[in-house]
Design a protein around this ligand. Sequence first.
Ligand SMILES: CC(C)(COP(=O)(O)OP(=O)(O)OC[C@H]1O[C@@H](n2cnc3c(N)ncnc32)[C@H](O)[C@@H]1OP(=O)(O)O)[C@@H](O)C(=O)NCCC(=O)NCCS
Length: 161
Amino acid sequence: MNELLLRPVVADDLPTFFDQQADPDANYMAAFTVKEPTDRAAFMARWQRILAEPTVIIRTIVADGEIAGSVLSYEEEGRPEVSYWLGRAFWGRGIATRALAAFLADVNRTRPIYARAAKDNAGSLRVLEKCGFAVVGEDKGFANARGAETEEYVLALFAAP
Ligand SMILES: CC(C)(COP(=O)(O)OP(=O)(O)OC[C@H]1O[C@@H](n2cnc3c(N)ncnc32)[C@H](O)[C@@H]1OP(=O)(O)O)[C@@H](O)C(=O)NCCC(=O)NCCS
């Protein structure tokens, strides 16, 4: 992968995002997901709300001209948090790390900025670590994708990377 860019989301991205977020293995990894990731109508309604929400900033990740996934920030109890999701075909090529680094450098420079990941989501935790995040706490809650109470780390980035 050579060229990576972040651009605003367009309506044509949504069917690709839907397919990417419906992947069962990706859901297990992320753990804290929606209840019915294969419900297309619910997905479209949710994304219309997300895209209209003023505190949410989302970018489509384009890798060598293909829609690789999305990276976003939202506010959780007034604190900005980042998250990201890549289509499975794009995993393991450094794309999440590059996309999150670009998002933090060019799109949302608010600090501190936070993130969460299930304690066993090694890929996501490594992406965050490579972007300068450090674990600042832990939490647990019911994870829809696992049907069970699941532990997660809370991480923070305090300074510009
Ligand atoms: C987690 C996710 C974003 C990682 O994306 P990615 O583009 O494959 O990550 P990168 O290629 O940038 O990898 C960064 C580092 O993590 C490591 N890594 C990636 N996936 C991994 C995995 N499943 N297990 C262990 N390490 C992993 C890579 O080896 C790399 O480490 P290194 O540079 O030390 O070799 C992607 O798998 C995904 O979208 N998963 C489903 C949704 C999700 O979990 N989102 C995050 C919610 S908190």
